[in-house]
Write a protein that binds this ligand. Structure first.
Ligand code: ZN
Length: 486
C-alpha cells in the first residue's frame, strides 16, 4: 500500500478561509466597480440589511456586546432589520480600552478563545495612540484580506491599474494604513508597491531618487510629508516633483474645510489628490471617486451612521454629528455601532457623477472629544483652520490651549490659540487682532491669540511632517472639569 503524504498540522494562512466564497461576497476591484458599486440604493440597502442581521448574531455570541445589549433590555431576536440598529447601544474607544484593561491584552471585546490564536494566523494592529493608550485590533485572515480589498477598490475606482508603481513612504508597523496600501497594490491590483517607510527609514532625498528610478506614478502618504517631498525635490534634487508625472496621490486630508490643503498639494504635484477616511477597525470606510465631491462610504463592508454628539440619536440628513460604524466583515472583534467620535455629515445619498449610489460624506470634520465648551458655546479646535489660513503670514499651524482661570472668584474656561508666524513675515502688525476677529466670527466666542515663531509648535502639536496626526488641543484643565461629550 502506498504511504500517504504527511499532512501539515500548522495553521497555514491560505487554508484559513474559502477565498472564492469571500471574493464572491466582497467582489474584487474591477468586478465591484461594475456591480455592487453601481447598484441602485435600494438593492444596496437590502444587502446591508442581510449583513447587519448576520453580524448581530455574531454580537450575541460575544461577551462584550451581550453584556451591553442585555443592559438595555435587549434579547436575541429583538433586532429584525437595519431599522432597529438604533436600539443597539453605541460604544466608544473608552469602552474598548476598559475591556482591554479589565482582561488584558484583548479583553472580552475581542471574543478570543485563547486556543484560537494557536489555530489561526492572526495580525495585530493598533491605533496611532494620538489620544492615549493605543487600541488593539486583531485581524483574522478573512478580515485582513477584506480590509486590504477596500483599499484596492478605492484605488481602482480612482484609476489605478496593473503595471502602476505606488510609493508608500509610511512605515509598516502596528499602524495599519501602510499595510493596507501595500496589500491593496500587491495582492489585488498588480501594482508594484514601493514600501520605502517614513522619512526616518528612507531619507526624503532617497525617497525621491527611488521614485525617479522606479518610475513611481502613484503615492500614498500624509499631507505634511507630501508637501515636504515636493519642496525637497526642488531644494535637494533641483527638479520639479511634477517631472514624476504622478497620476494621483492618495492621502488623508483631514479637516481641510476650505480645500486649501488639497489645492496646495494638487498644485505642487500637478495631479489629483484623493482623500480617504478610515481606522484600523473599519478599514478604508470612505474614499473619493474621481468626481471629488465627497467621500463614498464603502457600503457593502460597513454601515455608517451620523448621530448627535450629545443625545446619540441619528441626526437629520446633512447635519453634522458623530460617525458610528457597523462593520460587516469582522467577527474578531465584531464592530457593531462603534461611535468613532469623529465628526462627519452625509453630503448626499443621490447618484454621483461616477455612477454610484453609495452615500457620500463630507471630509472628516474633527474629533468631537476635542470639543470644548466655552461660556456655553461648543468650540472645535479644528474650526480654527480657516482663520489661521486666512493670513499668509502664518505657517498654517496652530494649537488651542485650554485653561481654567479664576475671574473675580468665578472659575471659567479660557482658550488661547497659539499660531505660528512665518520666519519671512515682514511684519506682525495687526496679525493677532485680525486672527482674533476672524476666530470670533467663525466660532461665536472670543478667544485670544498668541503668536509664536515658526517651528515652535513642532513638538507640542506634532507637526513638521512626522507620522501621525497633528494635535490641535492641549487641555490643561483639571481632569474633572473637562467636557462630558465622551
Ligand atoms: Zn462618485
Amino acid at each position: 500500500m502506498e504511504q500517504a503524504e504527511p499532512k501539515t498540522g500548522l495553521p497555514i494562512y491560505r487554508n484559513a478561509f474559502d477565498w472564492d466564497a469571500l471574493m464572491r461576497e466582497y467582489p474584487l476591484p474591477d468586478v465591484f466597480a461594475e456591480t455592487v458599486y453601481r447598484w441602485p440604493a435600494q438593492r444596496v440597502r437590502e444587502l446591508q440589511n442581510a449583513r447587519f442581521l448576520r453580524i448581530v448574531e455574531v454580537g450575541w455570541r460575544n461577551a462584550f456586546y451581550r453584556r451591553r445589549w442585555h443592559a438595555v433590555g435587549l434579547e436575541p431576536g429583538d433586532i429584525h432589520s437595519l431599522e432597529d440598529i438604533v436600539k443597539l447601544p453605541p460604544y466608544t474607544s473608552d469602552d474598548v480600552k476598559e475591556s482591554l484593561e479589565h482582561d488584558p491584552p484583548y479583553g472580552d471585546y475581542h471574543g478570543l478563545d485563547p486556543s484560537m490564536a494557536a489555530r489561526m494566523p492572526l495580525k495585530l494592529q493598533t491605533s496611532g495612540g494620538t489620544t492615549g493608550t493605543p487600541r488593539a485590533t486583531l485581524f483574522d485572515p478573512a478580515a485582513w484580506e477584506v480590509q486590504a480589498l477596500t483599499g484596492a477598490r478605492a484605488l481602482y475606482i480612482q484609476g489605478a491599474r496593473p503595471g502602476d508603481v505606488m510609493q508608500i513612504p509610511m512605515t509598516c508597523s502596528l499602524a495599519n494604513a501602510p499595510w493596507l496600501a501595500y496589500k491593496a497594490c500587491h495582492d489585488f491590483l498588480g501594482i508594484l508597491p514601493l514600501t520605502t517607510g517614513s522619512g526616518i527609514v528612507t531619507s526624503t532625498r532617497q525617497q525621491l531618487e527611488t521614485a525617479f528610478r522606479y518610475r513611481t506614478n502613484l503615492w500614498q502618504s500624509f499631507p505634511e510629508y507630501l508637501v515636504r517631498l515636493a519642496q525637497a525635490c526642488t531644494d535637494e534634487l533641483g527638479r520639479d516633483v511634477r517631472d514624476l508625472k504622478t497620476r494621483f496621490v492618495r492621502t488623508y486630508l483631514g479637516p481641510d474645510v476650505d480645500g486649501s490643503l488639497r489645492r496646495e498639494l494638487e498644485d505642487r504635484w500637478g495631479c489629483p489628490v484623493y482623500d480617504a477616511y478610515g481606522t484600523n477597525e473599519i478599514a478604508a470606510a470612505a474614499f473619493e471617486c474621481r468626481e471629488r465631491s465627497g467621500l463614498h462610504f464603502m457600503e457593502d463592508t460597513v454601515f455608517m451612521e451620523v448621530v448627535d454628539v450629545d443625545t446619540g440619536k441619528p441626526v437629520a440628513p446633512g447635519e453634522r454629528g458623530n460617525l458610528v460604524a457597523t462593520v460587516f466583515f469582522r467577527t474578531l472583534p465584531p464592530v457593531i455601532r462603534y461611535n468613532l467620535r469623529d465628526l462627519g455629515r452625509v453630503l448626499s445619498a443621490e447618484r454621483c457623477g461616477c455612477g454610484s449610489h453609495f452615500r457620500r460624506m463630507d471630509h472628516f470634520l474633527g474629533r468631537s472629544d476635542a470639543m470644548v465648551k466655552l461660556r456655553g458655546v461648543n468650540v472645535y479646535p479644528m474650526a480654527c483652520l480657516p482663520a489661521i489660513k486666512s493670513d499668509p503670514r502664518t505657517t498654517g499651524e496652530w494649537i488651542c490651549v485650554v485653561e481654567r482661570v479664576q475671574a473675580g472668584g468665578v472659575p471659567r474656561d479660557e482658550m488661547e490659540v497659539h499660531a505660528e508666524v512665518r520666519r519671512d513675515a515682514a511684519t506682525r502688525e495687526g496679525l493677532k487682532e485680525g486672527l482674533e476677529r476672524r476666530l470670533k466670527d467663525d466660532m461665536g466666542v472670543a478667544v485670544t491669540v498668541r503668536l509664536v515663531d515658526e517651528g515652535a509648535l513642532e513638538a507640542l502639536a506634532n507637526t513638521g511632517g512626522r507620522e501621525g496626526k497633528a494635535r490641535r488641543l492641549l487641555d490643561r484643565r483639571p481632569a474633572y472639569h473637562r467636557g462630558s461629550s465622551r
